[in-house]
Design a protein around this ligand. Structure first.
Ligand code: SIN
Length: 531
């Protein structure tokens, strides 16, 4: 938390402090800001809004039971099965029930979802969904289209002040209540720290993919917001559960381009270099098995030197028009998916853990709310069902707005938006050597497969990196890594995205979520290290 001794400056003009401060310019943050209108909101974004956000890179779309023959109950059941025993049923039922209304909100903000010939929303299929229920845009362009529409709406909404290029480094906590944030401008390179206060703070900073060497997430998704919340004392949940997407395109890029699961939903198959369709032997649903199962299947082939390849040749004859984003990635890498198979590898993709919230997005700290990937609401359990992430972001950010609107009195004053700071500059932060080492340690020991003998010394390295931290931003990031490590060592079983080769079976005694604060995590470290 912030020390009051540092030089702190106030961005101008700040007219009053009953605004809501939202940290993050991705889907959850912008949707929350829009739903809060006409209440005064300040959105702080490290990059120009919509950029540097994982949501803008989402290819498939939003899961919603709106297709013919589909039901909310079926969506709930599929999510519970994928989540491997620890999904909060009340939360997912609420989320699935509100999906249709949120899709209509997005249509209202101008998102051009695909329609069928009769004008109904078109839906496609993804792994572990028993029905076609992914609402999409031009095949694989949902994330980009959603973010473009929201950015336009935000810029037109007078109650939303946007401060672009502001990197939040800490939360201000006064008498136990979160009352604001400390941020650095110029995309984090600014010399001055700014103090921005509000009646409530909403964290919407995304996930943790960049803690790993192979990830589909933007560089910004390194868990900084989650660690900041933990340092301020917020309760965390399910920090051991990281989801690895089975099919990142293996062309040595950081971040790794994604080959959407919808390709497998269209019938694309997985093969090793010998041409074997290896998923047939691993699960009855083969390529459409839950994501963790497919990721482990591919990981085993890659580790054994046999490689893994996605064959779309028969299943997707019109690749360029059906999956333009993936087609573009393949072209850049010199791969023609109509004639060749695509080399794939599992990549850190989504974090099921994060800041614990209740059904309205309230954290355990007064005045502090959270939505989107930085949270753990209980909706995903141990393994998220594809395309439930954008749904969770819009459902919870709308619920936060609803709850806050009931408690905030006046609307935004005239001219509120004039205080915006816009920036078109998109600076991608280069990894400090400590960050590079952290990514290496996380990948080697807290990835698709884990075991105690690897994790214990790795936690030791993380503790040393935390002790010798070079900046407040790294304090936040390494705190998140530490919590992942502690919770992964602590859960002595395998479940969903958390697979331990030393405890390969599920254990009924562990059929529960992990809930803890940073202080509680620190208290169990000595026992974990000694095991
Ligand atoms: C994908 O398109 O495969 C990713 C969808 C998701 O992660 O929900």
């Amino acid at each position: 938390m912030v020390s009051t001794a540092i030089a702190i400056h106030q961005p101008q003009p700040v007219k009053r402090s009953d605004e809501v401060v939202i940290i993050g310019g991705g889907l959850a943050g912008l949707f929350c800001a829009l739903k809060l209108a006409p209440k005064a909101v300040t959105v702080l974004a490290a990059a120009p809004i919509g950029r540097g956000a994982s949501s803008a890179w989402a290819q498939a779309g939003i899961a919603a039971a709106v297709g013919p023959g589909d039901t909310i109950e079926s969506h709930v059941n599929d999510t519970i099965i994928a989540g491997d025993g620890i999904v909060d049923e009340a939360i997912i039922r609420m989320m699935a029930s509100e999906a249709s209304d949120r899709i209509h909100d997005l249509l209202g903000y101008g998102v051009p979802f695909d329609r069928d010939l009769e004008g109904h929303l078109a839906v496609s299929r993804e792994a572990a969904h028993s029905q076609s229920r992914i609402v999409r845009v031009k095949g694989d362009m949902a994330g980009r289209a959603i973010m473009e529409a929201l950015v336009i709406s935000v810029r037109k909404t007078p109650s939303i002040r946007v401060l672009e290029g502001y990197v939040v480094e800490d939360l201000i906590v006064e008498d136990g209540r979160v009352t604001g944030v400390i941020a650095r401008d110029k995309a984090g390179a600014g010399e001055e720290l700014h103090r921005i206060t509000g009646s409530n703070v909403v964290m919407a900073t995304g996930g943790v993919g960049h803690l790993y060497e192979v990830t589909t997430n933007p560089t910004e998704a390194r868990g900084g917001g989650i660690g900041m919340a933990a340092r301020a004392g917020a309760r965390m949940a399910d920090m051991e559960f990281v989801q690895f997407h089975p099919t990142a395109i293996d062309v040595g890029k950081d971040p790794a381009p994604l080959a959407t699961e919808a390709l497998r939903g269209h019938g694309a198959t997985l093969h090793n270099r010998a041409g074997e369709r290896f998923m047939l032997a691993l699960h009855k649903d083969a390529e459409l098995a839950p994501r963790d199962v497919v990721a482990r299947g591919i990981f085993a082939e890659v580790k054994a030197g046999r490689g893994a390849f996605l064959d779309c040749r028969a299943a997707v004859p019109d690749f360029a028009s059906e999956f333009p984003t993936v087609f573009g990635y393949c072209q850049e890498a010199g791969i023609d998916p109509a004639r060749e198979m695509i080399p794939v590898v599992p990549a850190a993709h989504y974090f099921m853990g994060g800041i614990w919230t209740d059904a309205d997005g309230r954290s355990s700290l007064p005045g502090f709310w959270a939505c989107g990937e930085c949270t753990s609401t209980g909706a995903h359990g141990a393994n998220r069902l594809a395309s439930n992430s954008l749904l969770e972001a819009v459902v919870f950010s709308a619920r936060i707005a609803e709850a806050l609107k009931a408690e905030i009195e006046p609307d935004a004053p005239q001219g509120w938006q004039d205080g915006s700071v816009t920036s078109t500059e998109y600076l991608v932060e280069k990894d400090h050597p400590n960050m590079a080492l952290l990514r290496q340690v996380m990948s080697a020991n807290f990835g698709v497969l884990r075991d105690g003998d690897g994790m214990r010394p790795a936690l030791g390295t993380i503790l040393r990196l935390a002790r010798d931290s070079h900046s407040m931003r790294f304090d936040n990031v390494v705190t998140t890594a530490k919590l992942i490590a502690v919770c992964a060592l602590n859960r002595t079983e395998s479940r969903g995205g958390h697979f331990r080769t030393d405890f390969p079976a599920e254990d009924a005694a562990w059929k529960r979520r992990t809930l803890l604060t940073l202080e509680q995590a620190h208290a169990i470290i000595p026992d974990l290290m000694e095991f």
